[in-house]
Write a protein that binds this ligand. Structure first.
Ligand code: HEM
Length: 505
């Protein structure tokens, strides 16, 4: 039984803790005070009360950014100076010596984020980053085999056929789909997540994500240093997750060492058929790289996280946009049928056929523009720099607010309208004023997303196959008929989206 005499003391300590955290958050350093501020309390309130990203942008971020495309915001335990004008975005993304990835170890050590993400090369700089990226590069620079994605698309189609025109919750299904695709392509592993909705791999990952997304943690990740029950749960789940990852790595590593011992080399001409993990392990074994197992695990986690939520949420947004815009869905169907034929059976596009799916490519690009999965990416200033009328000292955090750039009416007329013609062959400056760095869903410069091509291939295969097989629409009472509901600001998705799929053949 809790001794109630200590209750007032506990409440007092908690209040003092929250007040000091609040005071800390509300007091920017002197040199940032002149920069327009995003209201911390309003941001927190919108975040906690599940307002949509559109509302957050319109009511909280945009007013602060309006004047010059520069504002400061308190997020992830730090003040971030954010930029939403393309030329400022370019400066931050291109000058990687001045605007460096922040050291997750220094800023986040002791938090669940740090334990889960680890120190992958996503957070590295300079020579260390170059070295790690070199090891992974061969695995990414190749043409992607569409057949493995096709196998997963067929599983998805089979699952949707069984829905019997009942509304399907899409976001979870797309997560399971992207996990299966990543499993086959990156790890040569069948997670089987589409076929089994209670799949333990998927559940484990989502349990960890649910803990990481506890709203108050996004503002004060340092709370993880206290023994709250969620922290203990997180540590346990992460240990289980690590076990799965290490098992996969060790199995492949043993196979690679055996091949090396026997002098067998893989047929690298057929690299497109090999999985990412095998290629990375081959590079490690044959270059005698000094990467530790932990480093290997951390880089793999980067692919696991980076290659899974991002593509799946993108797919969910596309399904939503095409359900709301039936005429665009019809144009996509027309193109897929022209390119893949009208036989009433599932056809997996070849890499050659993908090149002809131009309208579907435009849909994917416009979706990335209107619904970027990552709203903002951040950097740490490494040396004094002047940008957008501010002088930033080393240690200050800088953010590229992709959502803001891509919703700026100066570059995109009617930014809330979904219009794939913006990315058509005859650019119409009225629809899209193509200023460099005004389309940055995958970041830009040397740190641009490594998985961009892979993700584009995945999305093209899924959309072209789905659109030939199904017509889809929103249920009559769907909130998405009137607007959008979005979850999570950092890796955004259409919350509680349900769609009805009607088979064509
Ligand atoms: C729609 C899908 C995706 C989106 C929107 C996306 C977005 C991004 C963004 C914005 C960055 C840059 C972050 C920064 O500048 O701080 C990034 C980096 C990265 N992404 Fe993706 N990504 C996607 C899919 C993938 C996939 C499928 C993979 C791998 C399987 C992947 C692997 C990576 C890696 C390794 C980096 C770090 C590159 C470096 O720092 O050198 N991404 N991604």
């Amino acid at each position: 039984m809790l001794d109630i005499s200590i209750l007032p003391v506990c409440i007092g300590i908690l209040t003092a803790l929250l007040t000091s955290l609040g005071w800390w958050a509300l007091s920017p350093p002197a040199e940032l005070r002149h920069i327009p501020s995003v209201s911390t309390l309003k941001f927190m309130w919108y975040f906690i009360s599940n307002k949509t990203r559109e509302e957050l942008h319109r009511d909280v971020f945009e007013p602060a950014l309006k004047a010059s495309g520069v504002a400061k915001v308190w997020f992830l335990g730090a003040w971030i100076v954010m930029f939403s004008e393309p030329e400022l975005v370019k400066k931050v993304l291109v000058d990687i010596n001045t605007f460096q990835k922040y050291n997750i170890g220094e800023r986040m050590k002791g938090t669940i984020d740090y334990d889960f993400f680890g120190n992958s090369f996503f957070f590295m700089n300079g020579q260390e980053w170059r070295h790690q990226r070199q090891i992974v590069n061969p695995a990414f620079h190749r043409s992607w085999d569409t057949t493995k994605v096709g196998i997963v698309a067929k599983d998805l189609i089979e699952f949707l056929e069984k829905s019997k025109k009942e509304p399907i919750e899409v976001v979870t299904l797309m997560h399971r789909t992207a996990l299966d695709a990543l499993g086959r392509i990156a790890f040569d592993f069948d997670f089987g997540a589409i076929r089994d909705p209670t799949n333990p791999y998927y559940r484990l990952y989502m349990d960890i994500m649910d803990i990481m997304r506890i709203p108050i943690r996004r503002f004060f990740p340092q709370l993880d240093k206290f023994p709250f029950p969620y922290v203990k749960r997180g540590i346990k789940k992460m240990a289980e997750f690590d076990e799965i990852i290490y098992k996969m790595v060790n199995k492949k590593l043993k196979e690679a060492l055996k091949r090396k011992e026997l002098g067998i080399s893989l047929n690298m001409e057929d690299r497109s058929k090999l999985d990412l993990l095998t290629l990375m392990i081959e590079a490690k074994v044959h270059t005698n790289s000094d990467s530790t197992d932990k480093q290997f695990r951390d880089n793999l986690m980067l692919f696991y996280i980076g290659g899974h939520d991002t593509t799946s949420n993108s797919m969910s947004f596309i399904l939503m946009e095409l359900a709301r815009n039936q005429e665009i869905q019809e144009l996509a169907r027309k193109e897929a049928t022209e390119v893949l034929g009208d036989e009433p059976k599932d056809i997996v596009p070849t890499p050659e056929q993908l090149k002809s799916l131009k309208y579907i490519d435009q849909i994917i690009k416009e979706n990335q523009r209107k619904n970027p999965i990552m709203s903002m990416v951040s950097r740490e200033v490494a040396k004094p720099v002047e940008i957008g009328g501010c002088v930033l000292k080393p240690g200050v955090m800088a953010g590229v607010y992709m959502y803001g750039v891509q919703h700026n009416p100066k570059y995109y007329k009617d930014p809330e309208t979904f219009d794939p013609d913006r990315f058509g062959p005859n650019p119409n400056p009225d629809k899209y004023n193509r200023v460099p760095f005004s389309w940055v869903p995958f970041g830009g410069g040397a740190r641009q997303c490594m998985g961009m091509n892979f993700s584009m291939v995945e999305q093209q295969v899924f959309i072209s196959m789905l659109v030939r097989k199904f017509k889809w629409s929103l249920p009559e009472n769907s909130p998405f008929l009137r607007g959008q509901k979005t979850g999570h600001f950092e890796v955004c998705y259409p919350k509680d989206l349900e769609i009805i799929f009607e088979p064509i053949y």
